[in-house]
Design a protein. Structure first.
Length: 59
């Protein structure tokens, strides 16, 4: 039981050392991720469309 209590004490001490991101940092990171996902999704969609049309022309 002592080891379990010590584990939770150590975990709590480690959690205090963490530098949590600010709300602004989280917001800006979220925007970057969303823009990247949309950009690459559109890019892959265009490539897929072009390749599908190229294959259709060949066969």
């Amino acid at each position: 039981m002592k080891r379990l209590i010590q584990y939770f004490k150590d975990s709590y001490a480690e959690m205090k050392k963490i530098m949590w991101p600010t709300r602004d940092e989280v917001s800006s990171s979220t925007v970057v991720v969303l823009v990247s996902v949309v950009f690459f999704g559109v890019m892959l969609g265009v490539i897929d469309f072009l390749l599908a049309n190229a294959i259709e022309l060949l066969f």
